[in-house]
Design a protein around this ligand. Sequence first.
Ligand SMILES: *Cc1c(COP(=O)(O)O)cnc(C)c1O
Length: 248
Amino acid sequence: MTQAQDLQGREQEIAANLAAVEERISAACAAAGRKRGDVTLIVVTKTYPASDVRILSGLGVRHVAENRDQDAAPKAAACSDLPLTWHFVGQLQTNKVRSVVGYADVVQSVDRARLVTALSKEAVRAERELGCLIQVAFDADVEEGAGRGDRGGVGPGGVEELAGLVAEAPGLRLDGLMTVAPLTGTYAGRQQAAFERLMDLSTHLRVAHPAANMVSAGMSSDLEQAVAAGATHVRVGTAVLGVRPGLG
Ligand SMILES: *Cc1c(COP(=O)(O)O)cnc(C)c1O
């Protein structure tokens, strides 16, 4: 096969997957009595090439997400001509913050004060306004406290303080909350309960921060539960692009 035929085959594959995911989101919205327009699809493009991002953009996708700066930075640079909003959803070390602020529009994984300070400093330096979501962890070892989860995130008890720091930090905009369904603890295997808990935290957060109304929850395997719970953004990788080789 020629390269052009390869790309065309890949485009057809992604288009079919995207249509199936669209169908799932629409059905979940209908079941929950929500409007389709109330839920935004973010396609998680981690481990997949810039050519896939370009195909997604051509198919009308407007939000993409990445979780590793090393992978994301060159991809975002190669796709800088596309009308895309870039979300960073991975655990973020402070030494990667300068790079991430160079291309990310929203960082969904804000989970500690030191990261807020670093993001603020670099956003100001770059003269950008960066959207921030507080990542909430519901794992066994955090539960209701303010500790940090295995895959990042602050416990529910730490959300309010961190949100206050983001809201006051120059260069940052507090957009809302994000979670990844936990594998351990009282919420393990109970994704919808975890997402409903995130919605409760969001309702509470919006009393002090009315504009922070993004609720990012749900992936390929549990987007229906997230939509049922009230998520405004779902982050879908595998169901659109295929099973990732190795970890990711
Ligand atoms: C990889 C990833 C996703 C997408 O997961 P899939 O199961 O591939 O849909 C969503 N959120 C985060 C934070 C991720 O790292």
